[in-house]
Design a protein around this ligand. Structure first.
Ligand SMILES: Nc1ncnc2c1ncn2[C@@H]1O[C@H](COP(=O)(O)OP(=O)(O)OP(=O)(O)O)[C@@H](O)[C@H]1O
Ligand SMILES: [Mg+2]
Length: 414
């Protein structure tokens, strides 16, 4: 054992901790094989096959490991050593100039009217977009969390595999309305070069028995066909039994269906990244928050100064403005949400327009318009913080709202 590389040793530790994780064990077997330790590779492949008898990867590896000449009984290898021209490498080199040999069939698109319910929903998927985290102004803490939870393991598959188990769960974003949850989810998809599928749970729910479950399954199936895909589940609180419009039994089945889909079977969710969001996390079904599910929370707060600057810049980009002091505007817009800032720019434009029609001379939007608008716009997040404050103080179960409490303290709202 002492001649094993450090990587193999740590993989052994990981496998011992997660003995039923077949991909992890196969990864170890692959490395052992690479080091010429074919006996060890055979025994790992054998255990993998016990856990997953039909696994093609495990079988192939077993065949290769057994085909290797064992040190004590040197025989001719079963398969001839690969020699000659490397077609695969050559193909790879010319792939930009020469069309592929096979066209990849397009993934089947669900069609309305198919299946047994005659109004089967069609779930829209956006192809990989151009919005990335670089477009999200400020909010460094959020970016760091996302980097650790989603992006780093994706960029480094080795790491991802090693920590695969602990990263299986999804992330629940919560916070006041209009502060960037949807925008951030879209940016994560762009960052991963993944498709983006945004689904409101309210659209999944159907008053007919069984239809909600079928819709939920269809949503995940669509995401799987489009993998890599970020599946953004908005308004997950709609599944909370507390505010349910439906009788409990029906809702419970829908929650269970979501749990089944989240858990996946046989790596079915490979390349599907679930991000969920809610404005009312205290209404989210507790079963969804268990380990391995939506077990991590991310508080998305009103935009900080750099974020406000990015948002203001974005909304002013196509408007006729003059001498706008963004720094000053950022200072007087604390606590405004992204949506409030959009509204501010809108009303400043209206002021300038009204003025122009009144005087008959066209003029640009200036600081005066913007500052006046800033005075009028009230933070739309105030009511949210008022109710969130109570929950955070009196129902902070498992420290779920620690992040929120820290913010309220910092803001002296506690
Ligand atoms: N950090 C940011 N940088 C740039 N734009 C932002 C940022 N945060 C929010 N925005 C902008 O603010 C707007 C509102 O954000 P978004 O719709 O994502 O909020 P939300 O939290 O999903 O709201 P809701 O709870 O109402 O669904 C978006 O159009 C987005 O362009
Ligand atoms: Mg949203």
């Amino acid at each position: 054992m002492s001649h094993e590389s450090p990587l193999i040793q740590s993989l052994r530790t990981a496998v011992a901790a997660a003995p039923t994780d077949v991909p992890l064990r196969l990864h170890l077997a692959e490395l052992l094989l690479g080091e010429g330790l074919s006996d060890a590779a055979v025994s790992e492949a054998a255990v993998a096959l016990q856990h997953a008898p039909g696994d093609a990867g495990a079988r192939a590896l077993m065949v290769r490991a057994m085909g290797m000449p064992a040190p004590e009984a040197p025989e001719a290898p079963a398969a001839p050593a690969p020699t000659g021209f490397d077609w695969r490498a050559a193909e790879d080199q010319v792939k930009d100039a020469v069309p592929p040999r096979f066209v990849t069939p397009e993934a089947p698109v669900p069609v309305a009217g198919q299946g047994d319910s005659d109004d089967a929903a069609v779930w829209e998927v956006d192809t990989p977009g151009s919005v990335t985290l670089a477009d999200v102004g400020g909010m460094q803490e959020i970016k760091d969390r996302l980097e650790a939870a989603f992006l780093a393991p994706m960029r480094n598959p080795e790491l991802g595999r090693l920590y695969g188990k602990s990263l299986r769960g999804g992330l629940l974003m919560y916070g006041p309305p209009g502060c960037g949850k949807t925008f951030i989810a879209r940016a994560v998809a762009g960052e991963l070069g993944a498709s983006f599928m945004s689904v409101s749970i309210n659209d999944v729910l159907d008053m007919w028995m069984g239809n909600s479950e079928r819709n939920m399954h269809e949503v995940f199936e669509t995401a799987r066909r489009q993998a890599p895909c970020v599946l953004f589940l908005d308004e997950v609180d709609a599944l909370g039994a507390k505010r349910s419009r439906m009788h409990h039994g029906g809702m419970r089945n829908t929650v269970n269906q979501l749990l089944t889909e989240l858990d996946g079977v046989d790596g079915a969710n490979e390349g599907v990244f679930v991000l969920a969001a809610t404005n009312v996390p205290w209404d989210v079904d507790i079963a969804l928050r268990r380990p391995g599910r939506l077990d991590r929370t991310l508080l998305v707060l009103p935009p900080d100064a750099p974020a406000r600057e990015a948002i203001l810049r974005y909304h002013l980009r196509d408007r006729p403005i003059e001498s706008v002091d963004l720094g000053k505007l950022v200072k007087v817009t604390e606590d405004l949400s992204g949506a409030d800032l959009a509204h501010l720019c809108e009303s400043a434009s209206e002021r300038a327009l009204l003025d122009s029609t009144r005087t008959g001379t066209v003029r640009m939007i200036n600081m005066k318009d913007l500052l006046a608008a800033a005075k009028e716009v009230r933070p739309s997040t105030d009511p949210w913080f008022a109710s969130a404050r109570n929950v955070a103080m009196f129902a902070n179960e498992g420290g779920m709202y620690d992040e929120l409490l820290a913010y309220l303290k910092r803001k002296r709202k506690l």
